[in-house]
Each structure stands twice: as structure tokens, then as C-alpha cells.
Design a protein around this ligand. Structure first.
Ligand code: BES
Ligand code: MN
Ligand code: ZN
Length: 511
């Protein structure tokens, strides 16, 4: 079954005349009061009446607000939902979403409020291609619901997402209309697949079942290769073996390749895929372990993005590396003090078994480097320190190359994913000096996100002329999982963080 259960379509009819469950409109906040945004294409009497009602209700138009009206005259829909987009004015020093992202979030908020409904029309702004696309994307992303593990029968609490979202303002049969719908379905399906993988309980999603899911889902133009523990051993992937050896469910490395003819660039995406992070022998406290099924969010983002890039047919070659292991405490579990040999031969002294992500990623990055891509991007729920630094909605961007870092940041900005750069100052490296191995895998406690990235940087290989390959690292420990209530188009649980950024990053190489 497709992870996306809401269908998007276009209609040439006037929004107010479409018979459906709801007509979704947008308001903005003007001096603290809600007012419909302009150019929604409604009959003047309808928008005037709605504005009067908003005013009588004392609506504010802030982001996250949804006002529901019924029986609105001259509107065929049973309900009218007015989703707030906030104020147009910007506050100095505050990073605020751009116009498209405000619309995307408002559409998502409305789509969540329409759970269980059949059909709704979304008109959230003037009919520009950008805002229509943002509306459709927000509606599809917001409508998502994970349902696989509810019991069956009449006691089931399974919820059905909004069945169908309708957009207006683009001719349904025009080429641009069909392309828009295809693109939005592809991207939203990718995000939903990443969310499904993260939401799947860790007794059902473990390295082998993750690899199976990816193999089965792969479109024809993506080839998938899976290395089992024996092969990992033979290939010298000591980081993944070491982390995985405490679990009865062995680790895997999944390589996914999309190599279209005439590709304009070749990229490598490497994802952290710890299907459950108990911390290993350096066990996490119970409260810190609860959400640790999300620790494969990076690998989920890579798998989803590679599928989407291939389905979109972008002229960019992409190889995805999923570094899959379960970090457990079995009697073969790796110990602090162990020394492991990574892919490529570097030796690492194990300090804290809860810093497992950088170990599996080291093998993935070394392997990716061997194929000499034009750029490497890795994505990982790597450090709690990044959440302390940037909060739970913004991911950290680090790396060794200003161009790739800038491309990652601008990709994120273009799709509305908050991201922020962190530096890798050279003085961090010496705290990882080891008396028995090439490097320790943890260092001083300060700047934990940057220490982890500095460790990763050691495993980026050289190009043919001996220069270190260009690389960026996305630490999504904060945004990968939403432990709080849903907001905008972001549901509770798995968020699909990074999927759209990676797709956009690849698109950035199309010239
Ligand atoms: N998976 C965690 C990081 C994490 C924390 C992800 C919170 C999502 C939410 C990672 O493996 C970890 O445990 N990191 C340690 C590193 C430390 C032992 C150096 C951390 O951040 O505390
Ligand atoms: Mn850990
Ligand atoms: Zn982890």
C-alpha cells in the first residue's frame, strides 16, 4: 500500500461552486486580527461575509489557527475552514518562514483538521505556480496518518486521513498541471515513506526488514544491493559490525543506485540507520530511550530521497548508502576500550557505546568516497548536543566544503526546512587523540555536534588528485521526530525531516 493515502487533483471550477466537505481558505494576521488573504478568487460578497464572521469571532489569523464555519452562503462546500498564516511583518533577528512556507504550513494544519473527511478544496493564496504548489504539498504532508499498527475491528482507533485534496488555478489538463500533481505526489509519497519507516515499531523494523522494505519498494531505475553481516565483515566495515554485534538482529549496508544516462553530476547520500538505539552497554536512561526507534531517520530520508529523485527522473546520478544496525546490549556487544578497524583501515578506540551513529556512518562515508562522487551528503540523528544547540525543529549543517554546505542550506530554505550552519574548528580534533588507536570516537563534551562531525570528517576520502572530497553533514536529531503535538504539516512522530532538502539539493545540480 502507498504510504500516501490522500490524492491530489486539480479542478477548473470556481472554488466556491465545488461540492465537497470543505473549502479551505487562508487568513493573515493584521494588527492581531484575522482577515482573508487577497486574490482568493471568491465572489466579493462571500469574502466580505467571511471577514465579518472572522471579526465577530475575534479570530487572530496566527499560524496554527483554524476557524471552521458551516452554512456559508453561496459556498457549495459543507464547511469553510480558514487557516491562519500569521503576520506579513518580519521581526528583526527572528528567522521566519517565507510566504510559500506559511501557506504550506497553513494547508497542513487544515488538512489535519479534516481527518476523516472525503474531499476538500484548498485555496490559500493568489494563483501563482509557487503558492499553488506549496498549498498542494502542505495539504498532502499534513493529511498523512500512520495507521499500520492499530488493532482491527470496531475498537480500532485507526484514523483515516483526508481522502482527496483539490487545487484550483491551474488548468487540469495542461501539461504543467499534470506535472505539478505528479511531482507533488512523488515528493509527498517520499516523505510519507520516511515517516512510515520511522513510525514503524522497532520490533518490526530492524536492519533486515528495513533492507527488505527498500528492496521491494525500489522503482525499476534504482538498483539495490544488500550486504549481510558476513559480507560486511569481508568488506572491512568494522564500524557497522561493532555496533551491530550486540543485537541478535544483524546489521546491513544497503546501497541504492540511480544512474541515469547523461547525468550532470554524481552525488552520494549516506544515512544513519540505527533501528533502535538503547545506547549499548553505555545504556541510555529509560526516558532517553523512548523515542529511539527514530534513530534510523537519516537512512529513511536517504532511501526516500533516492526513490523520489529516480521517480522524478532528475538527470543526476545518486547513490544512497544506508548504514543499518541495532544498538543493543547482547553478550557480544562492543565494549568501551575495544578497538575496531573501519572501512579503509583507520582504527577507532571505542569510548562510549552510545556514540554509535558516527561509527556506522564512518564505514558509509569511506565506502561512498571510494566511488569519487562530486559531493557527499550525510544525514543522521547523530547527537543530542545538536538538539541542545538548535532546538527540535532546526537541523545542523556542517562539512568540509563551503559550496556543498551552501547548497544544502539553500536546498533546505527552498523547501521550508529550518537549517543552520555550525563550524568545525580545527582545535576540536585533538580531544579525540587516542593512546591505542588512530582516533577515539568521542572527545570533549562541549560542542558535541561539532565533535561528532569532526570525527566523521576523518572518513571522507580523497579525490583522484588527493584533495579531500566535498562533503556536508546534516544532524537531524532534533527535527527527525516530533515528540510534541502536531504543527503545520508536521505530524506527531516521524516527520520525514531532510527528505525534501535532499531532493532539492540534487535538483540544485541540474544546470
Ligand atoms: N541517537 C543519539 C542522538 C539523539 C539524541 C538522536 C536525541 C535523537 C534525539 C546518539 O546515538 C547518541 O546517543 N549520542 C550521544 C553521543 C554521546 C554519547 C557522545 C548523545 O548525544 O548524547
Ligand atoms: Mn546513541
Ligand atoms: Zn544513535
Amino acid at each position: 500500500m502507498s504510504p500516501l493515502r490522500t490524492v491530489l487533483s486539480l479542478s477548473a471550477a470556481r472554488p466556491s461552486s465545488i461540492r465537497c466537505d470543505a473549502l479551505v481558505l487562508a487568513s493573515r494576521s493584521v494588527d492581531g486580527k484575522a482577515e482573508l488573504v487577497g486574490e482568493l478568487g471568491l465572489p466579493r460578497a462571500v469574502s466580505a461575509a467571511i471577514n465579518d464572521t472572522l471579526s465577530a469571532l475575534g479570530a487572530g489569523g496566527s499560524a496554527g489557527e483554524v476557524i471552521t464555519l458551516s452554512g456559508v452562503a453561496k459556498v457549495s462546500a459543507s464547511l469553510v475552514l480558514i487557516a491562519g498564516t500569521g503576520s506579513d511583518s518580519t521581526r528583526p533577528g527572528v528567522s521566519e518562514p517565507d510566504a510559500a512556507e506559511r501557506v504550506r504550513r497553513a494547508a497542513g494544519t487544515a488538512a489535519r483538521a479534516l481527518e476523516g473527511k472525503d474531499r476538500a478544496v484548498f485555496v490559500l493564496g493568489p494563483s501563482t505556480p509557487e503558492l499553488i504548489a506549496a498549498t498542494g504539498e502542505g495539504a498532502l504532508l499534513g493529511a498523512y496518518a500512520f495507521h499500520s499498527f492499530f488493532g482491527v475491528g470496531k475498537n480500532s482507533s485507526a484514523k483515516e486521513p483526508l481522502g482527496s485534496a483539490i487545487l484550483t488555478g491551474i488548468k487540469p489538463r495542461a501539461k504543467e498541471g499534470r506535472e505539478l500533481i505528479d511531482r507533488l505526489h512523488t515528493v509527498a509519497t517520499a516523505v510519507a515513506y520516511a515517516r512510515d519507516l520511522v513510525n514503524t515499531p522497532p520490533n518490526a523494523l530492524y536492519p533486515e526488514s528495513f533492507a527488505t522494505s527498500v528492496s521491494q519498494r525500489a522503482p525499476k531505475n534504482v538498483s539495490v544491493e544488500v550486504w549481510d553481516p558476513q559480507r560486511l565483515e569481508a568488506e572491512g566495515c568494522g564500524g557497522i559490525i561493532g555496533v551491530g554485534q550486540g543485537s541478535a538482529r544483524g546489521p546491513r549496508m544497503v546501497t541504492m543506485t540511480y544512474a541515469p544516462k547523461g547525468a550532470m553530476a554524481s552525488l552520494a547520500f549516506v544515512g544513519k540507520g540505527i533501528t533502535f538505539d538503547s545506547g549499548g552497554l553505555c545504556l541510555k536512561p529509560a526516558t532517553g530511550m523512548i523515542t529511539m526507534k527514530c534513530d534510523m531517520g537519516g537512512a529513511a530520508a536517504v532511501a526516500s530521497a533516492v526513490f523520489a529523485i529516480a521517480e522524478l527522473g532528475l538527470p543526476i546520478a545518486v547513490t544512497g548508502y544506508l548504514c543499518l544496525a541495532e544498538n543493543m546490549t547482547g553478550d557480544l556487544a562492543q565494549r568501551p576500550g575495544d578497538v575496531v578497524t573501519m572501512r579503509g583501515g583507520k582504527t577507532v578506540e571505542i569510548i562510549n557505546t552510545d556514540a554509535e551513529g558516527r561509527l556506522v556512518m564512518a564505514d558509509g562515508l569511506a565506502l561512498a568516497s571510494e566511488h569519487q562522487p562530486d559531493a557527499i551528503v550525510d544525514i543522521a540523528t547523530l547527537t543530542g548536543a545538536c538538539v541542545i544547540a538548535l532546538g527540535s525543529r532546526t537541523f545542523g549543517v556542517m562539512g568540509n566544503n563551503d559550496d556543498v554546505i551552501a547548497r544544502a542550506l539553500s536546498g533546505a530554505a527552498a523547501v521550508g526546512e529550518p537549517a543552520w550552519p555550525l563550524p568545525l574548528p580545527e582545535e576540536l580534533r585533538c580531544s579525540m587523540d587516542s593512546p591505542v588507536a588512530d582516533i577515539k570516537h568521542t572527545g570533549e563534551r562541549a560542542a558535541g555536534a561539532m565533535i561528532a562531525a569532526t570525527f566523521l570528517s576523518e572518513f571522507i576520502g580523497p579525490d583522484t588528485s588527493g584533495t579531500t572530497l566535498p562533503w556536508a553533514h546534516l544532524d537531524i536529531a532534533g527535527p527527525a521526530y516530533n515528540d510534541n503535538t502536531a504543527f503545520g504539516y508536521t505530524p506527531k512522530g516521524g516527520t520525514g525531516a531532510g527528505v525534501r532538502t535532499l531532493i532539492e539539493f540534487a535538483r540544485g545540480y541540474v544546470s
